[in-house]
Design a protein around this ligand. Structure first.
Ligand code: FES
Ligand SMILES: [Fe+2]
Length: 373
């Protein structure tokens, strides 16, 4: 798992004035909005006795722990300890990690790392979001597999005729003509020629009268740390899926999808679009869950790669560089709690870098499943 990236943690409409618990990189966070609507992301573990802030309530821009009522502001600083008399000062160590958060493209994103603002990798651009000719649907599903396995699965064009059969590939024509990968530090994309199946169902009705091309261009791409774009050019229009692979733990992934289409843009077609996305995920899920080793090898030579795996190889190479730079969630992020029987992962926030003398305050009590290494 990679830290020091912006992670899309939740669909924006699900984050409001009721605290919402989410998990990423094996760590629990609470999301909410301030009175002016700005998203907030804090560690979900109260520094007093480890209560879950997400079970608490909001007062103004502060969140109150449900256990003893400690109140934290949007920067993670404790501003009230009800059991103390008013004249007693609040200890400086009483604070939780606060992560930079923002809303973009219909998602709430948090920067999970401690890099200063000017060194943070960018959030990928999603042009369809502000384009009125597109309509989006949301979908999510938990997959019992490592997020890099689910991520590579969506980048991977050569599995489509086998796993998706006639719904998305053409089993009679599985060859993938050579393609060129266009890469930046944070992304890679390729236009890939796929032999299409005949469209079926509702979408097939409109396409019936048009000639079926021999190949269609599918644009596959990844955007670090965990996003895959899949642009399918159907005879009736464009379908562009953004697939967010959120690591709940190293063995479980929450796949969130934003699916944009520029055909059948009425709300009446949303359920059908969602059903198609679900069908694709349900076809992929058992195959990805069966993969061994469960975790993506660190060494490129531990698995065999062929020409059509070029996008995945580009990802693995880039990941190796970032691991060398210390961006992999690892030993430094695993802390032993006050009760040394368990360990937990704590992703350092920028606030921790700004207040190094307070770091010991954030040695969280461990929570089961927190070990994200
Ligand atoms: S555990 Fe949160 S206030 Fe005590
Ligand atoms: Fe697939």
């Amino acid at each position: 798992m990679l830290k020091n990236f912006w992670y899309a943690l939740e669909f924006a409409e699900k984050v409001g004035r009721t605290p919402r618990g989410v998990t990423c990189l094996g760590q629990d966070f609470v999301l909410y909005r301030t009175e002016s609507g700005e998203p907030v992301c804090l560690s979900d573990l109260c520094v007093h006795r480890g209560g879950a802030l997400s079970m608490g309530a909001l007062t103004g821009d502060c969140i109150t722990c449900p256990y003893h009522g400690w109140q934290y502001d949007a920067d993670g600083k404790c501003v009230r300890i009800p059991a103390n008399s008013a004249e007693r000062a609040i200890p400086r160590k009483a604070r939780v990690d606060a992560y930079p958060a923002l809303e973009r493209y219909g998602m709430v994103w948090a920067f999970l790392g401690d890099l200063p603002e000017d060194q943070r990798p960018p959030i990928p651009h999603i042009p369809q979001h502000d384009d009125p000719s597109f309509r989006a649907v949301h979908y999510d599903m938990v997959v019992e597999a490592n997020y890099e396995r689910t991520f590579e699965n969506v980048v991977d064009a050569s599995h489509t005729p086998f796993v998706h059969g006639a719904s998305f590939g053409n089993p009679a024509k599985p060859e993938i003509p050579d393609f060129r990968v266009q890469q930046t530090d944070w992304s890679a994309e390729a236009d890939i020629q796929l032999s299409p199946p005949p469209p079926t169902g509702l979408w097939g009705l409109l396409a019936r009268r048009r000639p079926r091309p021999e190949y269609v261009t599918v644009t596959n791409g990844w955007y670090l740390p965990n996003i895959v774009k899949l642009h399918v050019r159907l005879p009736i229009g464009d379908l562009i899926l953004y697939d967010f692979n959120i690591p709940l733990s190293q063995d479980r992934t929450l796949v969130k999808i934003m699916g944009y289409r520029n055909f059948f843009t009425g709300s009446w077609a949303d359920a059908n679009a969602r059903k198609r996305i679900e069908k694709i995920l349900l076809q992929d899920r058992p195959v990805v869950e069966s993969q061994r080793p469960e975790l993506l090898p660190f060494d490129l030579s531990d698995e065999l790669h062929v020409r059509s795996d070029a996008l995945q190889v580009a990802y693995r190479r880039r990941r190796t560089q970032l691991i060398k730079e210390g961006w992999w969630v690892g030993d430094d992020d695993i802390v032993t709690g006050d009760a040394p029987r368990r360990t937990a992962t704590v992703i350092a926030s920028p606030a921790r870098r700004d207040n190094p003398e307070l770091a010991s305050a954030w040695v969280h009590k461990a929570r089961t499943g927190g070990n994200a290494q």
